[in-house]
Design a protein around this ligand. Structure first.
Ligand code: ADP
Ligand code: MG
Length: 587
């Protein structure tokens, strides 16, 4: 078949433009992306070959070879993985199938720095090659296909790419980057090794490079490094999570996180454990420092990869963690699940349920640990923090509030979603209040500050902090010096429905029903209120009549100090905030 020219999908063209214009400050990530694709391709072959070992053909090794040609100014990354058919090459390298692509494109601002951050989170994958190359040639052959069905894909990374059928003896894919003038520092064995070991040391497959040796020059010619034809493995070639914790450096954990998450930033925290018992598994879970752009999009993928006995099974295994922990990234490697496990089977598996429960505990444990080391909380909870502050403890300071700013609203979803852990989640929640503009008041701290005779935790929900603070419904609380939690997350209204009590103390919205201040109100105030109610009866009747289509009831209240009137909803009614949200949503 002859050469065909195709256009990139519009989103790809846009992404390519960004890649070449915004990512040059971090050029070396192309190696991480291409080596990780090569490794994914080998994982896929291993997985497919579970059912059909003939796919290996006469090449049983799964490996990645990185080489360079200083004269041609090229770098080649070749794998013995699954390869691609012609149609697959056209689809996989010409379109983006990823969910959230549109949300991502919409968020781009044109500002190079913030866009680079976003692209990092999105993951440019294969296209990162164009940071350093002005032309990429891909030669590939699908495992199981004959040598005559090789494919060559070539593109300069603007608008179009070419595809043609070729003879290719080897299975798998080889990607050749024709380097730009400014990227020629990569034509150097030492540099390549250094970058690969930084980004890909955790990869479980061997990554090989050709050995070089020094050759003295002859006839006054200078000496040079020359290739020997012998290949050596340059990475550890064992999956990071399978190694003992003590053999893994902090730097390696961080790089591993960046490789699986595509994040440019270090993670906030991580937890690595081997669990034995009813079911055996290893978990390595990370909490990112920044919320991804699609945290709230409906098709947001879960962040945990599933392996079974070191064989990669699937990305985004949503059965392994509940939705409110969807920001967690990492790997779970089970020793007990069958290799052919499907998404459907996962939902029903008893092992998965145990893994999920165990993973939730780990994540909540990590968060509790960060919360304990939070400066603000340390004062309130001093018993937990010893006097000697270690370096490790110091490093955790401030991280909880950083976490909470990014993910607090998502965590709240857990109140409704994860009944079993509701109390642990409630303890992790932080709010602003009438005594603190910063979102750092825990329910326990609030309780410790409750006035004598106060029987409830009071809160108000509103769209903004200013609106909450200035609500007339707070007047009587201000006058009496009672703290009220100010809630401004969209999810609060819904989530708080699930938290009626904290530590035996009821939570009460100050915007609902006739707020009963109970013992906080003295006899005199009560009497005055009753008298006023009596005296105003005729006025109330008139008001009620005038507002009969708009208000269910009109009452004399003790909750106001300065304002003449305010709106409240009945105890079981929708709050004004929820009603506004529903109205916005078109309900
Ligand atoms: P991702 O890896 O997140 O899917 P990439 O842009 O890195 O996205 O790669 C796009 C797709 O191209 C991959 O999903 C895969 O199907 C295909 N691909 C890329 N590199 C290879 C390779 N070395 N072997 C086989 N397929 C590949
Ligand atoms: Mg990739």
């Amino acid at each position: 078949m002859s050469k065909q020219t195709h256009s990139f999908q519009a989103e790809v063209a846009q992404l390519l433009h960004l890649v070449t214009h915004s990512l040059y400050s971090n050029p070396e990530i192309f190696l991480r992306e291409l080596v990780s694709n090569a490794s994914d391709a080998c994982d896929k072959l291993r997985f497919e070959a579970l059912n059909d070992s003939s796919l290996y053909g006469d090449q049983p090794n799964l490996e990645v070879r990185v080489s360079f040609d200083a004269d041609a100014k090229t770098i080649t990354i070749a794998d013995t993985g699954i390869g691609m058919s012609q149609q697959e090459a056209i689809d996989n390298l010409g379109t983006i199938a990823k969910s959230g692509t549109k949300a991502f494109m919409d968020k781009l601002s044109g500002d190079q720095k913030s866009d680079a951050q976003l692209i990092g989170q999105f993951g440019v994958g294969f296209y990162s090659g164009y940071i350093v190359a002005d032309k990429i040639t891909v030669e590939t052959r699908r495992a199981g296909a004959p040598a005559s069905e090789g494919v060559r894909w070539v593109s300069g990374g603007t608008g179009e790419f070419e595809v043609e059928q070729i003879e290719r003896a080897e299975r798998g894919t080889s990607i050749t980057l024709h380097l730009r003038e400014e990227a020629q520092e990569f034509l150097n064995a030492w540099k390549l090794k250094q970058v690969i070991s930084k980004y890909s040391d955790h990869i479980s497959l061997p990554i090989l490079m050709e050995k070089q040796e020094w050759k003295e020059g002859e006839n006054d010619q200078p000496g040079a490094m020359v290739k020997t034809g012998e290949w050596e493995t340059i990475n550890k070639a064992s999956a990071l999570w399978t190694r003992p914790k003590k053999d893994i450096t902090e730097e390696q954990y961080k790089e591993f996180y960046k490789a699986i998450s595509h994040d440019f930033e270090d993670p906030l925290s991580w937890s690595h454990n081997r669990v034995e018992g009813n079911t055996e598994y290893t978990q390595l879970l990370f909490i990112p420092a920044k919320a991804p752009f699609d945290l709230y999009s409906r098709d947001k993928k879960a962040g945990v990869k599933l392996y079974v006995k070191r064989v990669f099974i699937m990305d985004d295994a949503e059965a392994l963690l509940p939705g409110y922990l969807r920001f967690v990234k990492g790997v779970i490697d089970s020793a007990d699940l069958p290799l052919n496990v499907s998404r459907e089977l996962l939902q029903e598996s008893r092992d998965v349920k145990l893994i999920r429960d165990g993973s939730v505990k780990r994540v909540l444990g990590m968060l509790e640990d960060l919360a304990r080391h939070d400066k603000h909380d340390a004062g309130a909870d001093a018993a937990d923090v010893t006097d000697v502050v270690s370096e490790e403890d110091k490093a955790k300071e401030g991280k909880f509030s950083q976490f909470y700013t990014e993910f607090g609203a998502v965590l709240k979803e857990g109140l409704g979603e994860d009944v079993a852990n509701k109390e642990r989640i409630a303890k992790l929640l932080r709010f602003a209040s009438t005594t603190s503009d910063a979102v750092n008041v825990s329910l326990a701290e609030y309780k410790a500050r409750m006035k004598e005779g106060q029987e409830a935790i009071y809160y108000i929900t509103a769209e903004t902090l200013a609106a909450a603070k200035n609500s007339p419904q707070l007047e009587v609380f201000k006058k009496k010096g009672i703290e009220v939690l100010l809630m401004t997350d969209r999810v609060d209204e819904w989530a708080l429905n699930y938290l009626t009590h904290f530590d035996d103390t009821p939570l009460q919205s100050v915007a609902k029903g006739a707020v009963d201040l109970g013992k906080l109100q003295d006899e005199e105030e009560k009497k005055a209120a009753e008298e006023a109610a009596e005296a105003f009866k005729p006025v109330l009747a008139k008001l009620k009549d005038a507002l009969k289509d708009k208000a269910q009831d009109v009452r004399v209240t003790t909750r106001l100090v300065d304002s003449p009137a305010c709106l409240v909803v009945t105890e079981d009614g929708m709050s004004a905030q929820l009603a506004r949200l529903l109205k916005q949503a078109g309900q």
